[in-house]
Design a protein around this ligand. Structure first.
Ligand code: AMP
Length: 277
């Protein structure tokens, strides 16, 4: 496995390679990331996993500072699954001068995560554009775990005519239902026991929709209430259309339940797709 830290070296290594796949990550690699790498390996000839904790997409320095950085273990895990290249630039390589040009994402980026993390998606879109310009991938894989991000990246690639196929990977979970996330390391042992309730509350909505319930606002309210009763600070639990993340109308059938809530200092997000009968 090649480990590359500078862009020039990356470009020369990739020159002439056919069908390049890219998996952008912020490191602290877990089985969720590895499932995306495996998917990329099936869809391309050379897989470049990028590891870069992108300051631009964090709203609070404290969150950026305490983001887990575990490069040596990440490299070991990536090598084990057959990943070909790790691109892990430092901040100076990625931002040799302070970034003054940004992608200004549309309305879809201002709601949900965008409401609670202003400019988050501006930072995400800007770094993804930079990474795509460095890697020039034919395909790139993103997780449904970050559902809104996935939708925004698809729009970015489409509207800027980038010749990149965006593939989505399913969310990998612990047996309890808790979605794997680098932020789970910050949960105390008590919080870890409570954490699966976020997905659990979505499962209840899932079952209700499957059985024909269309009282979406009531379901959202009940889920938020139940989480709050168990000590969560709830940012949102909502039901939106899979396409465009809009409020459902009468004729919609394909939904995604999206939620974000904090336990103590740790903010978790999760989602669940569901189709009504
Ligand atoms: P991150 O390192 O958290 O920025 O995530 C990098 C990529 O991994 C993103 O496309 C995420 O959506 C995806 N990802 C994060 N957690 C999971 C998970 N539990 N299952 C599958 N993909 C995930």
């Amino acid at each position: 496995m090649e480990i590359i830290k500078d862009v020039k070296q990356l470009r020369s290594y990739l020159a002439g390679k056919t069908r390049i796949g890219c998996v952008p990550t912020m490191g602290n690699i877990h089985a969720g990331h590895l499932s995306l790498v495996k998917l990329a390996l099936r869809k391309s000839d050379t897989v470049v996993t990028t590891i870069f904790v992108n300051r631009l997409q964090f709203n609070q320095n404290s969150d950026f500072d305490r983001y887990p950085r575990t490069l040596n273990n990440d490299l070991k895990l990536l090598k084990e699954v057959g990943n070909n290249v790790v691109f892990c630039p430092d901040e100076r390589e990625m931002y040799p001068e302070s970034q003054k040009y940004f992608i200004d994402p549309p309305k879809i980026a201002k709601k949900l995560e965008g409401r609670f993390r202003p400019d988050h998606f501006r930072g995400v879109c800007t770094i993804v554009l930079k990474l795509f310009n460095m890697v020039s991938p034919d395909v790139a894989v993103f997780g449904k775990k970050d559902y809104q991000q996935l939708a925004i990246i698809k729009g970015l690639v489409r509207q800027f005519s980038m010749p990149i196929e965006i593939i989505s990977g399913e969310t990998i979970r612990e047996r309890t239902g808790l979605a794997l996330s680098s932020r789970n390391v910050h949960l105390s042992s008590q919080e870890k026991i409570e954490a699966p309730r976020l997905q659990g509350s979505m499962r209840l909505i899932y079952d209700a929709i499957k059985s024909g319930d269309r009282n979406f606002v009531a379901m959202e309210y009940a889920a938020g209430e139940s989480l709050a009763r168990h000590g969560w600070i709830v940012d949102y639990v909502v039901i939106r259309t899979q396409d465009g993340l809009l409020r459902p109308s009468n004729k919609d059938k394909k939904f995604v339940i999206l939620g974000a809530a904090s336990l103590g200092k740790t903010r978790l997000i999760d989602d669940l797709e569901v189709e009504s009968p």
